[in-house]
Design a protein around this ligand. Structure first.
Ligand SMILES: NC(=O)c1ccc[n+]([C@@H]2O[C@H](COP(=O)([O-])OP(=O)(O)OC[C@H]3O[C@@H](n4cnc5c(N)ncnc54)[C@H](OP(=O)(O)O)[C@@H]3O)[C@@H](O)[C@H]2O)c1
Length: 317
């Protein structure tokens, strides 16, 4: 399926982004990669940015780097959150609701990937599922009331990995106790992130809430710290070689889809946004094909229900 890019041949770029003065964006994982670049571009457009990072020292260094580039008058701060710990996510959400008065978009960007061995979080989930999916699911649920009040957006950064694993949710063995592989577990976590966005759209629609928007996107194949942070030695070597090829793009370009979903007016919530070039790894940003398993309503509904139970919270939709 080829879709005509609504933004023309070059696709969406930040050149299309107007001033974001007066708008507040929350971004998970802004200390490196696409999150760092997304925050940087938003700051360059005058936005208020609240970074949700796990490492306070890296947060300070990131702020110093932005101030070095844009001067001391930029409006950037951070709140510490470890997405892999539900208590940390819940505490961070409480701090956000105390300190932040509006959320124009919550960019769910932070992640770990290709973790070579099964690690179980303190909440009892396989680490990629715990960090990438459950961490964000809880954050979204707790911040939803303020996002709704702000007529804001939830933007989930998925991955083409959604289509590279089992292509469904392994409900009878969510943590891969039986046959863990780094790729299958990562793919499931990214599929779960995307599926929950389309399920959220269904639920918003049923609740008659038209002013909150939820988008799913991905950064293609971008030169970031993702594999070097959590991948195996073999994956580091493979991605190290890939980084030298035209099959990857700079981290900055990888930030464009989430920035577009956070700020652009005329988007289609039901679409999947990312690079539209080779294998959807690189190229102009726009809507592109999504395989039907990502929108399987029965699986998505079940995933939502077990997720609310697992985190001990219900969305107030
Ligand atoms: N790069 C790609 O080619 C690619 C492809 C498909 C999808 N993606 C997706 O793109 C998004 C951004 O990744 P990236 O490529 O920019 O990787 P990255 O450079 O490694 O950035 C990931 C960010 O997430 C943060 N993070 C990791 N674990 C966390 C936790 N437990 N709590 C809070 N923050 C945490 C990291 O913090 P630290 O600095 O403390 O480690 C870092 O700021 C991810 O959702 C990823 O799945 C990337």
């Amino acid at each position: 399926m080829s879709l005509k890019n609504q933004f023309g041949k070059k696709g969406w770029t930040p050149a299309l982004m107007k001033s974001q003065k007066g708008k507040t964006f929350l971004i998970t994982g802004a200390t490196s990669g696409t999150g760092y670049e997304a925050a940087r571009i938003l700051l360059s457009k005058g936005a208020t940015v609240v970074m949700l990072n796990r490492n306070p020292q890296k947060s300070e260094e990131t702020i110093a780097a932005y101030k070095n580039e844009f001067g001391d008058n930029i409006d950037v701060s951070y709140i510490t959150v470890d997405l892999g710990k539900q208590t940390s996510v819940k505490n961070a959400a409480a701090e956000i609701l105390e300190k932040v008065t509006r959320i124009d978009a919550l960019l769910c960007n932070g992640a770990i990937a290709q973790v070579p061995n099964q690690i179980v979080t303190e909440d009892g989930w396989e680490s990629q599922l715990g960090v990438n999916y459950f961490g964000h699911f809880t954050l979204q649920a707790l911040l939803y009331p303020l996002i709704e009040k702000s007529k804001g957006r939830i933007v989930t950064v998925g991955s083409m990995g959604y289509d590279m694993g089992l292509k469904t949710i392994k409900f009878d063995d969510l943590n891969w106790d039986k046959d863990y592989t780094a790729n299958d577990a990562y793919s499931q976590s990214k599929l779960a992130q995307i599926m929950s966005i389309y399920e959220l759209q269904n639920r918003l629609d049923k609740a008659g809430k038209k002013e909150v928007k939820a988008y799913a996107c991905h950064p293609g194949s971008s030169r970031t710290s993702l594999i070097s942070t959590s991948g195996s030695l073999l994956m580091k070597i493979i991605f190290g070689i890939m980084k030298l090829s035209p099959l990857t793009q700079p981290a900055k370009n990888g930030a464009y889809p989430e920035l577009m979903c956070a700020t652009e007016k005329d988007l289609d919530q039901t679409a999947f946004y990312g690079p539209t070039g080779r294998s959807n790894w690189v190229g102009p940003v726009g809507a592109h094909k999504l395989e039907p398993h990502a929108k399987d309503k029965i699986v998505a509904k079940k995933l939502w229900e077990i997720s609310e139970k697992a985190i001990g919270l219900q969305w107030n939709l």
